[in-house]
Design a protein around this ligand. Structure first.
Ligand SMILES: Cc1cc2nc3c(=O)[nH]c(=O)nc-3n(C[C@H](O)[C@H](O)[C@H](O)COP(=O)(O)OP(=O)(O)OC[C@H]3O[C@@H](n4cnc5c(N)ncnc54)[C@H](O)[C@@H]3O)c2cc1C
Length: 482
């Protein structure tokens, strides 16, 4: 690189982002909002959105991927407002408890419908929020090894424990029932397996408050609309398949070769699965270790099936099945976890519902060895047991989902290692691998990442502890306002 090019690119770097899902597009948008305009997003698919995927059937949109939006999704809601989108509240949720009774979800969480049950749950929520706050302080600071939890124990150890065990030890039974719905049923793993770090990242106190306030909703006309809207203001190259990346020497650039030509970037951001990127990206041994490419990061599979049916539930927006989510072996069986009565919630959709069959999105865990047909067979049996008549499959989608470091890797400092790797040799990682598989986690994370990137563009070390501390102070989520 000539001296002149180097001077220009240090103030206005050329940034390449691989992947036009929520991770890549939100990061690109935040970078441009900060004044870094030279951002190119490369997407292999013919459309944007990644796992935000709204499928249209008979003129109505159905979320096959990202669905919910809650109070904490502040930045997304701001963008949705600007895109003229609305949020339709999902008010009624029912769940079959472990005794097989179909009860309202809030009653299930409280463990009863009396005043004492409400007080007990409230007290647990406050205790949970306090412990969460300490975890969040650790997470924001890049998960340093020498950090203690609210009880003076090494945070790393606590973050590695199964979330269910961590909750039980603290006597948080109501919260455990709540997170059975928000973690296990939402595809993030059974509570006897999923590390506490991911449980706490996702279950920010405001998610709990959103459920109590009944402000969880579905965006209309759909999540994918948001990303399409944002992409309209960005340089996004669709249908572009990367074949190879060549890295220059220290501080030099990335040459990205694709079937649509080559690109040169000063900084590169990867967002999709990194084990797949390893087919064309020359990761160093240190990067492979830090990003868990050798198998430390495990992906699971989550499956959505859109069906129409007669005679099934109309008394709630969602119906969940606790017995299919109560522990690891139960989830391994691939039974139905939840179904959502769907179809965009416009007035036109409501008017049509009298004459059309109801449409539901059904969720299951998948496994590579389980075929589409095997998954459907399990699902159809569950639908028949629950009274759905003449179900017809409209679409099935299988998602690589919820990349997570295992407990051993977290215990060995894996989360901190990822954070320290960010920006080294101008390579950045965003999306589900770096934070947690949910849009608000990814966007919150990107808001911090963009600050670290901006500092790196001025020559500062993005891993500098004082820098991370200052960003943590500015962008800290607080109980009730997250
Ligand atoms: C069924 C389901 C329900 C969900 N529900 C919710 C919810 O209610 N609320 C919530 O917040 N989140 C939800 N999520 C999670 C949310 O959708 C994801 O966390 C989010 O989409 C992850 O964004 P990402 O950018 O990391 O990855 P992705 O969404 O997977 O996007 C990655 C993009 O990168 C592209 N890509 C990958 N490799 C390459 C390459 N080599 N070259 C070019 N492009 C590439 C892919 O094509 C894709 O477009 C749900 C997801 C699913 C599947």
């Amino acid at each position: 690189m000539s001296a002149l090019t180097s001077a220009i690119s240090s103030s206005s770097p050329r940034i390449g982002v691989v992947g036009a899902g929520p991770g890549g597009l939100s990061l690109a948008r935040l970078l441009t909002e900060k004044g870094f305009a030279d951002v190119t997003v490369i997407e292999r698919a013919p459309h944007v959105g990644g796992k935000s995927s709204t499928y249209h059937h008979e003129g109505l949109g159905h979320e096959m991927g990202t669905c919910y939006v809650a109070d904490g999704y502040k930045t997304c809601k701001k963008w949705m407002d600007a895109a003229g989108m609305k949020i339709h509240p999902l008010l009624a949720h029912k769940i079959y408890d472990l005794e097989g009774r179909l009860v309202p979800f809030d009653e299930f969480v409280k463990g009863g419908d009396g005043l004492r049950d409400s007080f007990r749950m409230g007290a647990q929520a406050l205790r949970y929020a306090k412990a969460w706050d300490r975890f969040h302080a650790w997470d924001l600071r890049g998960c340093p090894d020498d950090f203690a939890d609210d009880q003076g124990r090494p945070m790393r150890e606590q973050a590695a424990r199964p979330f269910g065990e961590w909750l039980a030890e603290r006597g948080l039974e109501s919260i455990a029932r709540f997170v059975m719905r928000t973690m296990t049923i939402m595809g993030y793993g059974a509570l006897d397996r999923v590390p506490t770090a991911y449980g706490l990242r996702w279950n920010v106190p405001s998610l709990f408050l959103s459920a109590v306030r009944k402000t969880v909703g579905e965006p209309i006309p759909g999540w994918q609309h948001l990303w399409t809207h944002l992409a309209g203001f960005l340089d996004v190259r669709l249908n572009t398949t990367i074949s190879a990346v060549t890295r220059g020497g220290e501080g030099s650039d990335f040459l990205v070769e694709s079937d649509q030509g080559s690109f040169v970037f000063d900084h590169l951001v990867l967002t999709g699965p990194l084990d797949e990127a390893a087919r064309w990206f020359p990761f160093t041994a240190e990067e492979r270790l830090a990003w868990g490419i050798g198998g430390e990061v495990q992906w699971r599979e989550y499956v959505t099936t859109l069906v129409d049916a007669e005679g099934w539930f109309r008394d709630a927006d969602t119906r969940s099945f606790a017995a299919h989510a109560c522990d690891g072996p139960a989830t391994d069986a691939g039974r139905i976890l939840v179904a959502r009565r769907t179809g965009d919630k416009s007035a036109a959709a409501a008017a049509r519902s009298a004459t059309r069959r109801d449409v539901y999105v059904c969720y299951q865990y998948g496994a590579p060895e389980r075929s589409d047909a095997a998954l459907l067979e399990i699902l159809m049996k569950d639908l028949a047991r629950d009274g759905a008549q003449k179900p017809k499959v409209l679409r099935q989608a299988r998602w690589r989902y919820a990349p997570q470091l295992g407990s051993a890797a977290i215990l060995a400092g894996g989360l901190g290692r990822m954070e320290r790797q960010q920006g080294q040799q101008r390579l950045w990682v965003s999306g589900a691998t770096a934070s947690h598989e949910a849009v608000d986690n990814i966007v919150d994370y990107n808001e911090r990442l963009v600050e670290r990137m901006a500092a790196a563009f001025t020559g500062r070390d993005p891993g500098d502890a004082a820098l991370i501390e200052a960003i943590a102070g500015r962008l800290r989520l607080r109980f009730g306002e997250t």
